[in-house]
Structure formats: C-alpha cells, structure tokens
Design a protein around this ligand. Structure first.
Ligand SMILES: Cc1cc2nc3c(=O)[nH]c(=O)nc-3n(C[C@H](O)[C@H](O)[C@H](O)COP(=O)(O)OP(=O)(O)OC[C@H]3O[C@@H](n4cnc5c(N)ncnc54)[C@H](O)[C@@H]3O)c2cc1C
Length: 277
C-alpha cells in the first residue's frame, strides 16, 4: 500500500512554475510556465469545398475535412482560427510557442479569427467579409475548391442569459455571422438588432426571425459615432441584455457609453472587439 505523503509548502522552484518529479533513478523536470498563454486547440486540416456570395461584400465558404469532426462547438458566437497558406506555398501547420503560433522558420503564419457559422460532422461554414487589403479576404476571393486550410477552435462563445426579458444585438459587418447565430439560439423574448455596415453591403446574412426588430444602418465616416448613433435610436437599453461586437475603437466607444455614461452594470453587456483598423 502507498504511504500518504505529508503536504509540503511549494519550493521556490515550484512557486516559479517548475515542478520536479522523482521517479526511480530519474528526475523529470516539468516547466509549467506561469507567464505563457494557454495553448489553443490544435489545427485540424481541411480544404475549401465551395464558396457563395451572400451579398456584394459577404462570402460564405464551406470547408470539409475528417479532422473537423473532432471539433465540438457548444455556444453561439464562438470563434475559430483559420490558418491559410502563404500565396504559392504549401500549408504549414505552425507550432505553439507559449504565446503564439509560429512557423518553423520563426515567421508568423497567416491566421485570422472567424465565427463558425455552421458546423456539422466534417463540414464547417464561415461567412467572410470581403474588403481591400485583407489576407483572408484576398484568399477567399481567389481560392478554388480543394485549397488547403486548417482550423483551430473553438474559442469562447456567448453564454446566453436565459432569464433576460429582452436582448439588443449590435455590430458591424464582421458581427453579422455571430448575430445571425445568436438569433437562432436566443430564448423566445423580443430582440432588437442594429447592424452598422458599409454602403453597398446589403441586408444580408441574417436568418428570418419573427421576434426581431432588425435595423440596418449605413456606416458614416467614424465607426464609433455610427454605432452610437444606431444605439441612440433604441429606447429600452436599460431593460435589454446587450451583445456588441465590431471594430475595436468603435466598440470601445460603445463600452464607454453603456458603462460610463449610462451606468449600466458590466454584467448587462458583452462588448467584443473583432478587428483593428
Ligand atoms: C471572435 C471573432 C469573430 C469574428 N468573426 C468574423 C466573421 O465571422 N466574419 C468576418 O468577416 N470577420 C470576423 N471577425 C473579424 C476578422 O477576424 C477580421 O476582420 C480580420 O482582420 C479579417 O482578416 P483579413 O485577413 O481579411 O484582414 P487583415 O489582413 O487582418 O487586415 C488587413 C487590413 O484590413 C483591415 N480590416 C480587417 N477587417 C476589416 C473589415 N472587415 N473591413 C474593413 N477593413 C478591415 C485591417 O484593419 C487591416 O488594416 C471576427 C473576429 C473575432 C475576434
């Protein structure tokens, strides 16, 4: 029978994140970094199956790959990392270096974050905003079926407050897929949706929904001001559980407005920066 060891205070090495296991004649030293980030789920290989334009600036891509079947996505508005090949190169699966994924030569791979719009078995659908100068956007425009990619995920989604009496979903064009998914998941209470999108984007990407008051706002010069202007059309903010995502500076303005100016409790709103200008 094994003798119970008395509990000991951690050694200096253990406090720093080093743990030594003594086994027979060998000593195993395991480094548990307290400074590194938690390693994301592994990249799973897949390939492009098909593309479809949902609107002039929103492209739906469908990926297929046996390894995608191992992914479990339970919450709406979750995220996946999409790894793309460098133009003209084979797809290289990067290695986690404690803080980020890097290629073997130390360079940064092309990885972008998207909402897993639909996932079933070996298929994954993503809706990508098409814009100038974006690596993922350019890839989506030019890739053909069979093009290799890899997907890591999921990342944290949205835990729906089942007691909420009303929701407000606010976002820019990159939040359309997440908002569409939230609409399919929210309980049967009224939902206000405000989407602030560039001219010509169209009213695309949302499912038909009978309890929704959806308003599409055309983006003005400043993204933050446009989002605040969309919010100003709503009268029942204090009664609503709010979810908001979009360009980082714009949602920062929303965060300030909700929490500092209106004084709403932090628990009432989830505000996420999706991209930086
Ligand atoms: C949790 C999460 C979920 C997301 N879900 C989606 C999603 O489902 N669909 C989606 O399209 N995006 C989504 N995004 C945003 C997406 O990750 C960024 O827009 C990303 O930068 C796009 O990559 P890119 O390679 O096309 O552009 P990048 O190469 O990253 O950027 C190139 C330049 O384009 C600018 N830029 C980036 N995105 C846009 C844009 N949309 N419009 C105009 N300029 C832009 C950048 O500021 C930069 O100057 C999500 C982000 C997060 C964090």
């Amino acid at each position: 029978m094994q003798r119970q060891q008395p509990r000991r205070e951690p050694t200096a090495g253990q406090r720093k994140g080093f743990v030594a296991f003594f086994h027979a004649s060998s000593v195993y030293i395991v480094c548990m970094s307290t400074t590194g980030r938690r390693e994301p789920p592994p990249f799973r290989r897949a390939e492009l199956l098909s593309t479809e334009m949902l609107g002039p600036q929103l492209m739906r891509i469908e990926l297929v790959g046996d390894e995608l079947s191992q992914m479990v996505i339970e919450e709406p508005a979750a995220s996946v990392r999409l790894l793309l090949p460098r133009p003209g190169k084979d797809l290289e699966i990067p290695v986690w270096q404690g803080n980020e994924f890097l290629d073997a030569d130390g360079s940064r791979p092309i990885i972008r974050t998207f909402t897993p719009r639909y996932h079933q078995d070996d298929r994954l659908t993503i809706d990508i905003v098409i814009h100038d100068g974006g690596a993922a956007s350019e890839w989506a425009r030019s890739a053909s079926p069979g093009s290799p990619v890899a997907v890591s995920g999921p990342g944290r989604g949205y835990a729906i407050d089942q007691t909420a009496e009303r929701f407000l979903l606010l976002g820019d064009e990159t939040a359309v897929p997440a908002i569409a998914q939230l609409l399919e998941s929210l309980p049967g209470v009224p939902v206000d949706v405000d989407l602030v999108v560039p001219q010509g984007f169209g009213k695309v990407g949302l499912p038909a929904h009978d309890r929704v008051d959806a308003r599409w706002h055309e983006l003005g010069g400043d993204r933050g001001a446009s989002m605040l202007s969309a919010l100003s059309t709503r009268e029942r903010l204090s009664e609503s559980v709010i979810w908001c995502a979009g360009q980082a500076a714009a949602v920062h303005a929303v965060r300030n407005y909700l929490f500092k100016e209106l004084g709403l409790p932090r628990s009432q709103a989830t505000v996420r920066g999706y991209w930086k200008s």
